[in-house]
Design a protein around this ligand. Structure first.
Ligand SMILES: NC(=O)c1ccc[n+]([C@@H]2O[C@H](COP(=O)([O-])OP(=O)(O)OC[C@H]3O[C@@H](n4cnc5c(N)ncnc54)[C@H](O)[C@@H]3O)[C@@H](O)[C@H]2O)c1
Length: 278
């Protein structure tokens, strides 16, 4: 199936993608919608601190989610945008109330948001550590918790949490991000055990290197004197056994599989070209 084809694999289903305004999350929204799901793309224009890869509290995720929804709706897909800061408990509750009041059922939740920042541990402020950990982990907890009653009422469903290659291996200067992404894997496995008997599946995806806004920032931090950011990106290729970077669509294809895989739960699955092969 090419990216413009339409499928019916998720016909009649409702999916919520938190962090669905841009980057990998936006590709997930499009893939689920093209496969027949009604999709809510939730994102934010304001983050709780500037300890993130935008170096700012002002971001454009919700604005981009609205644009994405308009573009896909113009092609006949059922996509709407919603505003949420996934670290804000009340906002997450309101988001799920909106799903209950609107589509009225829920089959798949994708927690695709995340933030990173670069600092060696010795120079890392406690505030930075806390914001990067909570920016990746609090929302996974809050969104999963609020999803459970709706998924249960729909007869079960799938939660897909975003971890990372940094949730399988440690990388220098992103210890907070690694701690959080390893945490996502642990949270996912534990919740999967809690709800397995209710036909609610909980899995994590671990992308390798995908050139989104996150890597625009990382390249600006990792670039060496005399090197361009494109040259720095090419240098990163040596870390990937396949010598190929991943695309947002590569990751979205795994999310689509997990949305509809009835007997896969508690797993963390990598799409990283072999970077973390055991
Ligand atoms: N790009 C990569 O190479 C890579 C690799 C491994 C893992 N990941 C993970 O994949 C996920 C998506 O990353 P991306 O590369 O697409 O980044 P991105 O910055 O392009 O997209 C992230 C989206 O999440 C939203 N977001 C961030 N914090 C939020 C919050 N508190 N509430 C609501 N929305 C929030 C942002 O507004 C943005 O739209 C993240 O969890 C990231 O850690 C990315």
């Amino acid at each position: 199936m090419t990216s413009n084809d339409r499928g019916t694999r998720l016909a009649g289903q409702v999916a919520l993608v938190v962090g669905g305004g841009r980057g990998i999350g936006a590709a997930v929204v499009e893939t689920l919608a093209r496969n027949g799901a009604r999709v809510v793309a939730a994102d934010t224009d304001r983050l709780p601190s500037a300890y993130n890869h935008y170096r700012s509290t002002a971001v454009t995720g919700y604005a981009e989610a609205r644009e994405l929804a308009v573009r896909l709706a113009a092609e006949g897909m059922a996509v709407t945008a919603a505003e949420v800061d996934a670290t804000d408990e009340d906002a997450v509750r309101r988001l799920y109330q909106g799903v209950a009041d609107g589509p009225g059922r829920l089959d798949t939740v994708v927690n695709a948001f995340g933030v990173t920042h670069v600092s060696p541990v010795e120079r890392m402020e406690l505030a930075e550590f806390r914001h990067v950990v909570s920016g990746n982990l609090d929302g996974v907890f809050l969104s999963s918790r609020e999803a459970l009653p709706l998924l249960r009422a729909s007869g079960g469903g799938s939660i897909v949490n975003f971890s990372s290659v940094s949730g399988r291996s440690g990388f220098a200067k992103v210890a907070h991000y690694c701690a959080a992404k390893f945490g996502v894997v642990g949270f996912t496995a534990a919740l999967a055990q809690e709800v397995a008997k209710e036909n609610i599946r909980v899995n994590a995806v671990c992308p390798g290197m995908v050139r989104t806004g996150m890597w625009d920032y990382l390249l600006s931090e990792f670039v060496r004197p005399g090197e361009t950011e494109d040259e720095c990106w090419e240098r990163m290729r040596a870390m990937v056994p396949q010598r190929e970077f991943q695309t947002p669509e590569d990751i979205a294809d795994l999310v689509l599989y997990l949305a509809a895989a009835p007997r896969v739960t508690g797993q963390a699955i990598s799409v990283d070209g072999g970077m973390t092969a055991p």
